[in-house]
Write a protein that binds this ligand. Structure first.
Ligand code: B16
Ligand code: MG
Length: 221
């Protein structure tokens, strides 16, 4: 009678949004329109293909399907250049403590990310072996806010949805967790993530007894 945890990657475990931004900005530069960090917020938690569509909308650019594919490839090549330089220093505050606590409590955790590069990023920062299961952009047909990614993760953890707690930094991710009937924990701005069951600015703010309390609460489910 236990629970499981599902972590989003970008914005919860590491901050890869800054590298996505640099790579998308380079593309916007070649297309001669402005792409700001505020624009980049719209791409958080969103799939690569959808991100390109949003970006092209911002620039009011319409291009052929062929060209889109070429842009997706070159953006990802630029992005890979950044993530290949990542190391354990880029793990966000509170991650080590929380994973350690879960390990000691015997609570399993999985990754539920939209990124097709998730395994590489986890390998770079030395966390690949820690996760019981990794579900990423390669495993899903429907992107967040569809709950598919988290439902597959729950299955891999051998747990029912109600027993899973999702840590997410994106609105689409909180929506996905709620749709999956999981406990949603918003990491970041409380007003932006107001749909979450719980809110914290970052993982260091999670109280010591948070997980224990959730175990008690879900005991009767
Ligand atoms: P890729 P997450 C998401 O990761 C990012 O937040 C989002 O900005 C990105 O477009 C998406 O992954 C796809 O990434 O191009 O590497 O497949 O937050 O779901 O861990
Ligand atoms: Mg995220």
């Amino acid at each position: 009678n236990t629970i499981g945890v599902i972590f989003d990657l970008d914005g919860v475990i590491v901050d890869t949004a800054k590298y996505h931004y640099l790579a998308w900005k380079k593309l916007a530069d070649t297309l001669s329109f402005e792409f700001t960090e505020a624009h980049n917020e719209l791409l958080k938690g969103v799939s690569r293909v959808r991100s390109l569509e949003i970006l092209l909308n911002i620039g009011n650019v319409s291009i052929s399907e062929e060209k889109k594919q070429a842009f997706l490839t070159s953006k990802n090549e630029d992005y890979l250049g950044y993530i290949q330089k990542m190391n354990a220093d880029e793990i966000l505050p509170g991650v080590h403590d929380l994973l350690g606590k879960l390990d000691r409590a015997g609570i399993k955790y999985a990754l539920g990310s939209a990124s097709k590069n998730a395994p590489l990023i986890l390998k770079q920062v030395g966390l690949l072996e820690r996760f019981e299961a990794i579900v990423d952009g390669n495993d899903v047909t429907k992107a967040k806010p569809d709950p598919e990614v988290f439902l597959i993760a729950a299955k891999k953890l051998n747990l029912s949805s109600e027993k899973c707690i999702v840590f997410e930094d994106a609105i689409a991710g909180i929506e996905a967790a709620n749709k999956a009937n999981m406990v949603s924990v918003g990491i970041g701005d409380k007003d932006t993530l107001s749909e979450a069951d719980f809110n914290f600015n970052d993982l260091t703010e999670i109280p010591d007894n948070f997980i224990e309390e959730l175990i008690k609460e879900t005991e009767n489910i």
